[in-house]
Design a protein around this ligand. Structure first.
Ligand SMILES: Cc1ncc(COP(=O)(O)O)c(C=O)c1O
Length: 388
């Protein structure tokens, strides 16, 4: 771990701000009891942190009603609740080739076993989906458009505001997977015409793993597919209809919520835009450095406008997994190789045939020195490959 250069922030951010570790430890020791279940002081204090974090996240997404912000365990959990709860047999859904398996697989199962028809919209040569391509697929029975806000593979940010306006005009619910963007760039329920935003706490929101959730706009209803204890109105036979209880069940991940609370506050204190500018400065250095290395192929990185701090590349003649191993063993650099749980991106790029590619994901704690070392390492590996 010593001197590790961590460039796997697309998978999870690491390290977390010191404040997150400190607050989680303190909170868990002092208030680690089941919130909202009883009236004693410690329980009330735990509940207050839960509700404060609901409000923080609601404001973060420019939502109107904190009760429509529901907590779950990660974005996969939220996406499953939303997708299975919004579609029924005979419905049509539109999604894209930039999706993560946490959208693709629920939709696949709905299409395979539950009579839902699903269209996948490809991206263009630069990695962007054309909103008109989505509009052209609208049908009378289209009940969901689900789009990955930013690709965890190629880093492109999709034009969600434009897609949102088209969906709103057609009366079709619009969901975004904000796993890569929440905490990095604005996610705005109003300005982007969003209906459902699914987020995960452990990436750019700088919280721990096991916390995530969604914001569901007023008027959008999601059938519940899970039920259980809510801590209130226990005599009622069925699960509670109203938000947030409708989408929450069982004891929440309260120390995760506390970590998320500290993560958001840290981002707000530093300024999300400033943090993002830092990451994109490093991404540009990395892109320029790698572009100059003979034998390196970059994917969808020509123009870093509408892009997050994720870079995808391969070295000619080397399997991505081997590049990853060399980076790890010889240079102490952590990255992610393979298909990145987004197989259609690789299918469209053709990289599925060579077992994927190498991804560098830059976070707020990376430095120019990390980037220079990574460029030198890739250049060394590519040069030794050319000699063979
Ligand atoms: C775009 C995207 N969607 C969904 C996920 C799933 O996130 P989690 O594993 O936290 O549920 C990820 C994580 O890699 C992601 O990058």
């Amino acid at each position: 771990m010593e001197n590790l250069i961590y460039l796997d922030n697309g998978a999870t951010s690491f390290p977390k701000p010191e404040e997150v570790y400190v607050y989680m430890d303190k909170f868990f020791r002092e208030h680690g009891v089941n919130p909202g279940r009883s009236g004693y002081d410690m329980c009330m204090a735990a509940g207050e942190v839960l509700e404060e974090t609901r409000k923080l996240m609601t404001a973060f997404f420019n939502g109107k009603d904190p009760n429509r912000l529901v907590f779950g365990y990660n974005s996969t959990d939220a996406l499953n609740l939303a997708i299975f709860g919004m579609l029924k047999p005979g419905d049509h859904a539109i999604t894209t080739n930039v999706e993560h398996n946490s959208v693709l697989r629920p939709l696949y199962h709905l299409s395979k076993d539950h009579g839902v028809q699903v269209d996948h919209v490809p991206f263009d040569g630069k990695g962007f989906v054309d909103p008109d391509d989505i509009k052209r697929r609208f049908k009378n029975n289209t009940r969901l458009v689900a789009v990955n806000h930013a690709s965890n593979v190629i880093g492109t940010v999709q034009p969600v505001a434009e897609i949102g306006r088209l969906c709103r005009a057609a009366g079709i619910p619009f969901l975004i997977d904000a796993s890569q963007t929440a905490g990095k760039i604005p996610v705005d329920m109003e300005a982007q015409c969003l209906d459902v935003v699914c987020f995960t706490g452990h990436k750019s929101l700088l919280g721990p793993m096991g916390i995530g959730g969604m914001y569901v706009r007023e008027g959008i209803e999601i059938a519940f597919t899970r039920a259980g204890g809510t801590g209130v109105r226990s005599a009622q036979r069925g699960h509670l209809e109203e938000y947030p209880y409708r989408m929450e069940y069982g004891t929440p991940n309260l120390h995760g919520i506390a970590g998320l609370n500290a993560g958001i506050k840290w981002i707000q204190k530093r300024g999300m835009r400033k943090l993002f500018e830092h990451e994109m400065h490093l991404t540009t250095l990395l892109r320029d450095g790698l572009k100059a290395v003979p034998g390196v192929t970059l994917y969808c990185q020509d123009d870093l406008i509408n892009h997050i701090s994720v870079l995808l590349f391969n070295i000619d003649g080397l399997e991505a997994a081997d590049t990853g191993t060399l980076l790890d063993v010889d240079y102490n650099i952590a990255c992610r190789t393979g298909l990145h749980c987004a197989p259609l991106v690789h299918e469209q790029l053709g990289t599925d045939k060579i077992h994927g590619a190498v991804r560098f994901g830059i976070g707020p704690f990376n430095t120019e020195e990390h980037i220079r070392t990574a460029i030198r390492a890739v250049a060394d590996i590519a040069a030794s490959r050319r000699k063979k």
